[in-house]
Design a protein around this ligand. Structure first.
Ligand SMILES: *Cc1c(COP(=O)(O)O)cnc(C)c1O
Length: 410
């Protein structure tokens, strides 16, 4: 089953070999960069240690490069969120002799299909560097394009992002890496008789082996046609939401045709500037509508990144858009002076049942606006158990709540 899964993932990505050993995308990055390092060393190129990383990258990319003893050189992005190719050319020329690799994410973390990706890969190859394509966004590629074919030498996949391994609770995950044939000798593998080859990144030969049947079943049940359709629907859903929300919020980055990939960044920073309402206020208010907020302040601080995936129904996408539009109307109520900045449904969100049903209310807005901001919430209301927390204080002050044995003594 494991071998079967490896070959199905090779078919999806266009790579020649796959290792299921890494337990997370980040561990896959580490394994992939070790493979690149091993490859350079095998050719007497020990001095190739420079790793180019665009400023749009996920934070794990520079962390992995540093753990592999590589020197990180940042490549700029342009105003559209794409890799700045002329800056890339400069950096590649400067570091040509010592160039180990580029780590580039496609489609990018900015939620756009980088149009010059093939050219970017060629530039790096021309200078003897290897191309690491971060495959965390493979949900926008399966059945449509293959990183192993448009210039990647190695990629990690996140089976817990693209191939149905449940997220949450801190794992376990699976971050397999696919490689071209020239990197296969450096792939972490176990061979007959248990001998290991390649840079080992986990004690277990097949990482999180017990959950691999989930991805195997998913691929078998979806089939070639179903997987492609899932990708297309994920992209369609993101564009549907971007389109519905664009009159109310600014979509930060789009491609040449005004489209996004499988996710989009809503720029709510102008709302902070104009109305004093922060991304935190919007995220907390979403709880009153029954939503967990989307990714906040990543990859751009003060913004929201929305990735609806292929799994949500149109009704659910609309419910989310309706909530965001209602929140924008509340922002307008602050801007036009109907509610003061320090007393409105956004800055006081989320609203617990205890707060809404208390004998004293005394706020500038009504109880029903607090608890039932849209009519659908009357039928299906989620009540948050706690009100607003001071996130930063909580993050900086870890408090152990394990009382000592003495507290149990009577
Ligand atoms: C999620 C993600 C990673 C890291 O993957 P983990 O499985 O969380 O370690 C790396 N790069 C990108 C672009 C990601 O989105």
């Amino acid at each position: 089953m494991i071998e079967d899964l490896e070959s199905m993932l090779c078919a999806a990505t266009g790579y020649d070999a796959m290792s299921l050993q890494p337990n997370a995308g980040s561990q896959g990055e580490y394994a992939g960069l070790l493979a690149i390092r091993g490859y350079h060393e095998s050719r007497g190129d020990e001095h190739r240690t420079v790793c180019l990383i665009p400023s749009s990258a996920h934070g794990t990319n520079p962390a992995s490069a540093q753990m592999c003893g590589m020197d990180v050189v940042v490549v700029k992005c342009d105003d559209q969120g794409n890799v700045d190719v002329s800056d890339l050319q400069d950096k590649v020329a400067t570091h040509s002799k010592n160039l180990a690799a580029i780590m580039v994410t496609y489609p990018s973390t900015h939620g756009v299909f980088e149009e010059r990706i093939t050219e970017i890969c060629e530039i790096v190859h021309d200078h003897g560097g290897q191309v690491y394509i971060d495959g965390a966004n493979l949900n926008a590629m399966v059945g449509v394009c293959q990183p192993g074919k448009f210039g990647g030498d190695v990629s990690h996949l996140n089976l817990h992002k693209t191939f149905c391994i449940p997220h949450g609770g801190g794992g376990p995950g699976v971050g397999p890496i696919g490689v071209g044939a020239h990197l296969e000798p450096f792939l972490p593998k176990e061979h007959e008789g248990g001998s290991r080859r390649g840079a080992q990144v986990s004690a277990a030969p097949y990482g999180s082996a017990s959950i691999l049947p989930i991805s195997w079943m998913y691929i078998r049940m979806m089939g070639r046609v179903g997987l492609k359709q899932a990708t297309e629907v994920a992209i369609l859903n993101a564009n549907y939401m971007a389109n519905r929300l664009q009159d109310h919020f600014q979509v930060l980055y789009t491609g040449a045709n005004g489209r996004v990939a499988h996710e989009c960044i809503l720029d709510v920073r102008p709302i902070k500037d104009d109305a004093g309402i922060s991304v935190d206020d919007i995220a907390k208010r979403l709880i009153d509508f029954g939503f967990h907020a989307p990714t906040m302040s990543f990859p751009v601080a003060g913004t929201l990144m929305i990735e609806p995936t292929e799994s949500e129904s149109k009704a659910e996408l609309d419910r989310f858009c309706d909530a965001m539009i209602a929140i924008k109307q509340e922002v307008e109520q602050v801007v036009n002076g109907q509610f003061p900045l320090e007393d409105n449904p956004l800055v006081h969100a989320p609203h617990t049942a205890a707060v809404v049903t208390a004998d004293n209310w005394g706020r500038a807005y009504s109880r029903s606006q607090a608890a039932y901001p849209v009519t659908t919430s009357r039928e299906n209301k989620y009540w948050p158990p706690v009100g607003r927390l001071d996130n930063v204080f909580g993050d900086r002050n870890l408090i152990c709540s394990c009382p000592s044995m003495a507290n149990y003594e009577t």
